[in-house]
Design a protein around this ligand. Structure first.
Ligand code: GTP
Ligand code: SPV
Ligand code: MN
Length: 612
């Protein structure tokens, strides 16, 4: 079959015409999806600015977007989602590997054939009355050594505009596909076909939702949601769940991490990646403005990192994304001034509040709320309303290049010097701990727990396991993933050092013991000094702690008692935690690597000695 025969020309506008068997495959796949979903039009997205602007203008006209005041927030827009479509849905997320044990006990599993049978009637005709967009994208710079490519077919112009900010979209990707490069097939429908002449709603979606992954065939099929990670399939679905499987098979890693370059007062640079669960401070640390004089942090990425061993025995990292899809609430002048500056214009906001003068607001942007707002649902709001004006998982979508802190070379791979694991822990976990070695560090990552946030469904505040901050994002059996981490340690000979941090420890009175945000630079500085070898450390049963005085606290007032509490290690509390870790490991049967079982036994021995 030739290209022209397989392409339904009457539906298609701009379609890049490269030769090659890869191109025929792509076109055949697009046609197959169109035949199933029955769109009125097919638009091949070129990624041009004019096209992006036209998409946005179309959504304003249609009611999906509100254009913000051009003087206050140039070229920026507000979307209000359906109230039932506000976050990731872990309960509707499926890993459809051939074998159930390859998904493991922490993922929902369905056999591929069974899932296809469930999806087929949902996708059949699901794009009627709509345009089907074909969006070719690259994760990492196009053609880069650690980059990967994919195509998303979607009936959501909001998803298209978001993907254009979050990834690199363009014909060069189609050219790579035509030449035969491996690519990931992602299909997305909001699941709201339009009858003839029926008016669209502002936020089309479907009560029935599926976010399904087929790791064996490198496919993602997402139905019913238009929100964030459910709809921007390049992000969590591809760059974490599918990529983690590629990494397992090909000897690299896909991680839920931020990436920064830390520069000390003498000009030494260190590259640090940090895995914190959703809405636990990655964007904040990625944009850290140090309060410690002379220190500087450059942003490389805020959510996803891909890591590969280099020829020199070090681990190299990239941020595969091109934008930030960041949590709005809690982002303000005092907490993340860099983000506030990044958001000057060219932003798509979702589910934040609208001010009377056509700008946006959310809890934490300013200390005092405006006297009147339109809240995220479109209702009048005043400070005494008794409910937040912005949804707790409201977000901004903006190009990474707009951050004033972005590294000049942020698209290049950097050698990793340190990896941090963290979470929200009101108790037990100290401000910072250094792993004894790689395997102990992997144990720290594997045993992270964190209090739930609004980034997914569930009860906010409830403590849950979130190993490596990857619980919702690991595309295969998590015990095998632990094993992959252990093995990666053998693949490199200048491994990054591993630390655990916790900005969220609370006193008995419920207040945070650590001021956090810019002051986290003090912890980063201690870590950087450790990497250079000139900061003091003392051993403890759970790892290395800063020697008294080694953490630079000049210029801030923190009561000595609070500092003591921040580093307090209660052997009984930790032994109880070890008990839970064993229960957690046992849910994987004998798949947990022996190295981690040994780490747990050694931790218990050290705690028992300390406690006696
Ligand atoms: P995802 O995009 O969901 O993966 O999350 P993220 O980890 O990038 O989340 P983000 O950085 O946006 O964190 C959001 C929340 O954490 C906000 O409410 C912040 O105010 C809060 N936060 C970040 N850093 C600190 C800190 O050092 N101390 C305290 N107390 N809160 C913090
Ligand atoms: C997260 O939940 O970790 C996010 C937001 O980064 S979303 O892309 O919606 O998953
Ligand atoms: Mn995330």
């Amino acid at each position: 079959m030739t290209m022209t025969e397989t392409r339904p020309a009457h539906l298609t506008d701009h379609a890049p015409a490269y030769g090659g068997s890869g191109m025929d495959e792509l076109v055949a796949w697009v046609n197959e999806i169109a035949e199933l979903t029955r769109p009125d039009r097919i638009h091949w997205v070129s990624g041009s600015k004019a096209e992006h602007d036209a998409l946005l203008a179309g959504m304003v006209e249609q009611g999906t977007l509100i254009r913000l005041d051009d003087a206050k927030r140039p070229n920026s827009f507000l979307a209000r989602s359906d109230a039932g479509d506000v976050a990731r849905l872990e309960s509707r997320t499926f890993i459809c590997s051939e074998r159930r044990e390859d998904a493991g006990p922490t993922n929902n599993w369905k056999a591929p054939a069974e899932m296809r049978a469930a999806l087929e009637p949902l996708f059949a005709g699901s794009m009627r009355g709509r345009t089907m967009y074909v969006v070719p994208f690259s994760m990492g710079k196009v053609g880069g050594p650690i980059s990967q490519i994919g195509v998303q077919v979607t009936d959501s112009p909001y998803a298209v505009a978001s993907i254009e900010l979050m990834t690199r979209v363009g014909d060069e990707v189609v050219e790579l596909i035509a030449e035969g490069a491996q690519w990931v097939r992602t299909v997305h429908s909001v699941g709201r076909p339009l009858a003839d002449g029926e008016d669209d709603v502002a936020w089309p979606s479907n009560d029935e939702k599926y976010i399904s992954h087929f790791p064996d065939t490198l496919e993602v099929w997402s139905f019913g949601s238009g929100y964030g990670g459910n709809a921007i399939l390049a992000k969590k679905c591809f760059a974490l769940r599918i990529a983690s499987v590629l990494g397992r098979d090909q000897g690299w890693m896909a991680e839920h991490m931020l990436l920064i370059r830390v520069i000390d007062p003498a000009g030494h640079a260190f590259h640090v990646a940090a895995a914190f669960p959703s809405a636990c401070g990655k964007t904040n640390l990625a944009m850290l403005r140090p309060t410690l004089p002379g220190w500087k942090v450059e942003t490389l990425g805020d959510d996803i990192v891909w890591i590969r061993p280099g020829d020199d025995g070090r681990l190299y990292a990239i941020n595969p994304e091109a934008g930030f899809f960041g949590v709005a609430p809690g982002t303000g002048e005092s907490t993340n001034v860099t983000a506030v500056e990044t958001l000057w214009g060219n932003v798509i906001f979702t589910n934040v509040a609208l001010t009377d003068d056509g700008d946006v607001w959310w809890e934490g942007l300013t200390d005092e709320a405006p006297e009147h707002l339109i809240d995220w649902r479109g209702d009048d709001w005043t400070p005494d309303a008794g409910r937040p004006a912005a949804h707790p998982n409201s977000r901004f979508t903006v190009a990474a290049s707009q951050a004033p802190s972005i590294s000049p070379d942020w698209e290049e791979a950097v050698p990793l010097d340190a990896i941090l694991f963290g979470g929200r822990r009101a108790t037990n976990v100290p401000l910072v701990v250094e792993a004894r070695d790689w395997e102990h560090g992997v144990f720290l990552g594997a045993t992270i727990s964190s209090e739930r946030t609004a980034a997914a469904e569930g009860t906010v505040g409830e403590l849950r396991r979130d190993p490596f901050a990857m619980m919702p994002f690991c595309g295969y059996n998590m015990a095998d993933y632990f094993g992959h981490w252990v093995e990666m340690g053998a693949k490199a000979d200048r491994l990054p050092r591993i630390f655990q941090v916790n900005w969220f420890r609370k006193g008995d009175d419920g207040r945070f013991l650590w001021p956090g945000f810019g002051e986290n630079s003090r912890v980063i500085a201690w870590i950087a000094d450790r990497l250079r070898g000139d900061a003091g450390v003392v051993d403890s049963p759970i790892g290395g702690l800063p020697e008294p005085g080694a953490l630079d606290l000049t210029g801030i007032e923190i009561p000595d008692d609070d500092i003591r509490e921040l580093f307090d290690i209660d052997p009984a509390g930790w032994l109880a935690e070890a008990e839970l870790t064993e229960e957690f490991f046992d849910t994987f049967g004998d798949r947990v690597p022996a190295a981690l079982r040994e780490q747990l036994a050694a931790l218990r021995r050290r705690l028992e000695t300390a406690g006696s």
